[in-house]
Each structure stands twice: as structure tokens, then as C-alpha cells.
Design a protein around this ligand. Structure first.
Ligand SMILES: Nc1ncnc2c1ncn2[C@@H]1O[C@H](COP(=O)(O)OP(=O)(O)OP(=O)(O)O)[C@@H](O)[C@H]1O
Length: 372
């Protein structure tokens, strides 16, 4: 175990009966890091989380925390002996207990004075000082979720597992609560794993994100890496608001597309002439009146601080483009565009008949625009 390695999953395979749900998943979380399992419904996120909690035995592989084996084919440490805290979507505070008693539930064996001190400290931390004597029903949903968090971290567990803890809350509340919860966990140096299908939540909360599909981790990396350097087409498609633009490899460094010639500073491994798809993120295309490209707005979405436009170029290619919200243009208007691409992300073309892509075939290099 390396000095900073906290949680380690090695080739974990999980099954319900004969049906394998999670296949050969490996990941490592460092101490104090927040990881996130992100993926579409049914991809196995909760099953994987439940196995870390000790509710599901592993079919193969190993789960280790702080160097100790928690699960393997021959070992299954019971949940209550794992020193893991949990917060679920269903807040499930004890309605008949005061807030103080709820928070102190897992530390009843502490001295009374220590319990009271920890409860007060946590209430301060979650921004609800002084509510010790109140009951759960007198708090809002967001406040209750903060108390559920305080209850889970009161005993200072080695790991906190959060299964869709924000999904029952409205969007505005989520937006403010998620970074607050991250700050609280960081303050406590708490290692944690969050399950969510909401990428904005994952980005706001996690140091590392695992993008899962059909029981496999497609990519485990920082939000930045996953967004800008997706390793598979699924990740590129699932994350962000990307569009795929048809392109042709010119030589080992260059790709030609409706944006012109884009040159990377690392060699591409496709031969010249290969038809590929180039990933374009909305932030890669900027509105610039006298920019080198022009296109017609075909769709537009108001996103509060900005507009997202879909702009159609002369030959029908559609590009996403984000502008500040004072640049309010109508559908049908022409927009000048410039290309601000940092990363050249190229995929082999999907099979036009089956639509199937080779998921492992992404080619990601740092790009430099030389002609657009
Ligand atoms: N107890 C169970 N017995 C049999 N199959 C199950 C059981 N629990 C879950 N599954 C199946 O395992 C697969 C993965 O489920 P899981 O809940 O882990 O997915 P998820 O990614 O967390 O989905 P969601 O985001 O919808 O909660 C699904 O096909 C589900 O139907």
C-alpha cells in the first residue's frame, strides 16, 4: 500500500445470483479524496457502493481499506465492522429523536460531554448551530440532509458513502448544498464516495470521477480529464454537451474538418485518410463577430449566465457554442465564430449501419490550432 492509498478496489466483480453486474472494477482513492461513481441508471453504481459498504459480497477481486482486506472471495468483513458512514437519498433521520440525539446516534459510547461537544461542533460545521433540541420534522429537506451528513460523520468513519444524497432536493438547493457538503468533508479530511447520475453534481463534489457503463469503469480521473480528455466515445458523449464533427486525418499530427486544419503536438495513430470524428465542446467554439467561421443559429437554450447555441455551418455541420447571456441572438441569425480548441480528441467513425463504435479507440492529444 502506498502511503496515501486509502481505499483500493482491485478487479472487483459483483453478481446477483448468476448475473454479473459489475465486471473487474479497479480504482484507488487517496486519504481525504472524494470519489464519484457517475453513470446512467442501471450501470451498477449502487451495487458497487453496496459492496464497499459490505452489503454485497464480491464474486472476484478485492476491496481493501487502509491496507486491510474488507472483501474478497474468502473474506467479508461485516458492515458494522468496516467503520464506514453512509448517507442515502432517503434521509431517514429518526423522527422521534431530537437533532442532537440523531447526530449522537453513532457515538453513544462516547462520554456525554464529548458527545455534546461533537454535536455542537458538527452543527456549527453544517451551518445549523443551536438546533440541538428541535426534531427532524421542523427542518427543511436540505437542513435534514445536512443533519444526516453530520450523523454519518460524527463517529469519524474511515470512509463516507453517499448514494444519490441530493436527488430528492430541488435544483436550486442542490446547487448551493453540494459545494457546501464538499467543504464540510474537506474540513474533516473525510475520504468519501458519492454515487450520482448527475455530472454537474459529480464535478462540483468530486476530486476523481469514475464514469461507469454496463458494470465497467470507462474512465477514472479528474473532472477536467474526463471532460477534456475522454478515453472512450461513451465518456465523451455522456459528459458535457459535446458534438462530434466528421474529420479526416491528414498526417500524423493533423486533422481536417469543417473547422479547417487542426494540428496537435503529439502524433495521432490513425493513418492519413482515415475518416474520424472530432469531439467539439461548447467552450471550444467562441462567438466572434469577425471570426473565421460563420454559421446559422438553429437552436438556442437560455442557461442563466449564458446561452448555448447550436450553429449550423455552410455544409450542414452543427457546432455547439456558448456565449455570455448579453449576446442574445435569435434562431436563424448568422453568428461569427472562432475556434479555441486546446485538446484534439479524435474517435474512429461509428459503424454507419450498426452505430457501434469501438469504445477503446479514442485518441486524445493536446492540440494547437494552426488554421481554422
Ligand atoms: N437485489 C438485486 N437483485 C437482482 N438484480 C439487482 C438487484 N439490485 C440491482 N439489480 C440490478 O443490477 C443492475 C445495477 O443496478 P444498480 O442499482 O447498481 O444500478 P445504478 O447504476 O445504481 O442505477 P440507478 O442510478 O438507477 O440507481 C440493474 O440491472 C438492477 O436491475
Amino acid at each position: 500500500m502506498s502511503a496515501t492509498e486509502h481505499l483500493n478496489l482491485a478487479d472487483v466483480t459483483l453478481a446477483y445470483g448468476e448475473t454479473e453486474i459489475v465486471h473487474n472494477v479497479s480504482l484507488t482513492l487517496k486519504h481525504g479524496e472524494i470519489g464519484c461513481l457517475l453513470g446512467p441508471s442501471g450501470c451498477g453504481k449502487s451495487t458497487l457502493l453496496r459492496s464497499i459498504a459490505g452489503f454485497e459480497p464480491v464474486k472476484a477481486g478485492e476491496i481493501k481499506m487502509l491496507g486491510r482486506c474488507l472483501s474478497s472471495q474468502t473474506e467479508n468483513v461485516p458492515t458494522e465492522k468496516r467503520n464506514i458512514g453512509m448517507v442515502f437519498q432517503d434521509i431517514a433521520l429518526f423522527p422521534h429523536l431530537s437533532i442532537a440525539d440523531n447526530i449522537a446516534f453513532g457515538i453513544k459510547d462516547w462520554a456525554k460531554s464529548e458527545q455534546a461537544k461533537r454535536v455542537a461542533e458538527l452543527l456549527e460545521l453544517v451551518g445549523l448551530p443551536g438546533v440541538e433540541k428541535r426534531y427532524p420534522h421542523s427542518l427543511s429537506g436540505g437542513q435534514q440532509q445536512r443533519i444526516a451528513l453530520a450523523r454519518a460523520i460524527a463517529p469519524k468513519p474511515d470512509l463516507l458513502l453517499l448514494d444519490e444524497p441530493f436527488s430528492g432536493l430541488d435544483a436550486n438547493l442542490r446547487e448551493t448544498l453540494v459545494p457546501e457538503i464538499r467543504d464540510i468533508l474537506k474540513h474533516e479530511s473525510m475520504s468519501a464516495i458519492l454515487v450520482t447520475h448527475d455530472q454537474m453534481e459529480a464535478f462540483a463534489m468530486a476530486d476523481k470521477v469514475a464514469v461507469m457503463m454496463q458494470g465497467e469503469i470507462q474512465q477514472w480521473g479528474s473532472a477536467f480529464n474526463i471532460y477534456h480528455e475522454p478515453k472512450t466515445r461513451f465518456v465523451a458523449d455522456f459528459i458535457g454537451l459535446g458534438e462530434f464533427l466528421k474529420a479526416t486525418i491528414i498526417d500524423e499530427f493533423s486533422v481536417d474538418s469543417a473547422l479547417g486544419c487542426l494540428k496537435g503536438d503529439e502524433p495521432l495513430r490513425f493513418p492519413a485518410g482515415t475518416e474520424v470524428e472530432l469531439l467539439i465542446r461548447p467552450d471550444d467554439i467562441q462567438h466572434a463577430e469577425d471570426g473565421p467561421l460563420r454559421g446559422t443559429i438553429v437552436k438556442k437554450w437560455f442557461r442563466g449566465s449564458h446561452y448555448l447555441y447550436h450553429v449550423e455551418l455552410e455544409h450542414g455541420e452543427v457546432l455547439p457554442c456558448i456565449t455570455a447571456c448579453h449576446h442574445d441572438h435569435g434562431v436563424g441569425e448568422m453568428l461569427g465564430l472562432s475556434v479555441e480548441l486546446d485538446h484534439l480528441v479524435v474517435f474512429p467513425l461509428c459503424d454507419p449501419e450498426t452505430g457501434v463504435c469501438d469504445l477503446q479507440e479514442a485518441e486524445v492529444v493536446q492540440a494547437q490550432v494552426v488554421n481554422a
